[in-house]
Design a protein around this ligand. Structure first.
Ligand code: ADP
Ligand code: ZN
Length: 215
């Protein structure tokens, strides 16, 4: 399966992506996670990305495109992939189509997670992330079994620097301006799978897999 998952910040892309990638045995590749990893390691790309991410802006297209072009060529992507948070602009989507064509692959579906803004803001302010494996929790709706500790790897959880009220507003505006047009782009390619993202993690994940299986 060759998939992308889109949706506003906080829509639950990473959370649902986890179950989908397990089901199909394909790598879950989050560009946001790649940037956060680079930031924590203070690589040149991380230092650059941080300037944009802290302001709620997108990292420049050429940086995101280069990461994906490199990543998709790796061995684990041979049987498929699930990109989470990429593409995020029309330019990225068009470049991605070119990359896919170059390597002789086609996207099977573009999953769009639809969640109303009130739910998004609520999810973002309550979000906590694992410092080690990047897994997301929600202190209200999806709490870890042990407070502030990752269920999967036992590392400590933290709140992302960009998960604060001021930055969320900016990220939502960027989403409406630059990312939402991708819904029509993938609809026109006949690849769009639209999903109501409000609900329990297991229920929404099942809904997505059922919709993909029905294609
Ligand atoms: P969220 O969807 O909650 O915003 P992500 O982890 O997907 O979280 O992204 C975090 C930040 O990383 C984004 O706000 C953006 O600045 C940057 N980012 C992630 N993916 C991309 C991309 N494809 N293009 C540009 N910037 C990106
Ligand atoms: Zn973890």
């Amino acid at each position: 399966m060759h998939l992308i998952i889109m949706g506003a910040p906080g829509a639950g892309k990473g959370t649902y992506a986890e179950g989908i990638s397990k089901y199909y045995g394909i790598p879950h590749i989050s560009t946001g996670e790649i940037f956060r990893d680079a930031i924590s390691k203070e690589t040149p790309m991380g230092i650059l990305a941080k300037m944009y991410i802290d302001k709620g802006q997108l990292v420049p297209d050429d940086v995101a495109n280069a990461i994906v072009e490199e990543r998709i060529k790796q061995e684990d992507c041979q049987k498929g992939f699930l990109f989470d948070g990429f593409p995020r602009t029309l330019n990225q989507a068009i470049e991605f189509e070119k990359v896919l064509e170059k390597i002789g692959k086609q996207l099977d579906a573009a999953i769009n997670i639809d969640v109303p803004e009130e739910v998004i803001i609520e999810r973002i302010v309550h979000r906590r992330i694992c410092t080690k494996c990047g897994k997301s929790f929600n202190v209200v709706t999806l709490p870890p079994k042990q407070e502030n500790i990752c269920d999967d790897c036992g590392a400590e959880l933290y709140q992302r620097d960009d998960d604060n009220y001021e930055t969320i507003r900016k990220r939502l505006d960027v989403y409406y301006d630059l990312t939402m047009p991708l819904i029509d782009f993938y609809k026109s390619l006949n690849k769009l799978v639209n999903i109501d993202g409000v609900g329990k993690k297991e229920e929404v994940t099942k809904l997505i897999i059922d919709s993909l299986e029905a294609l």
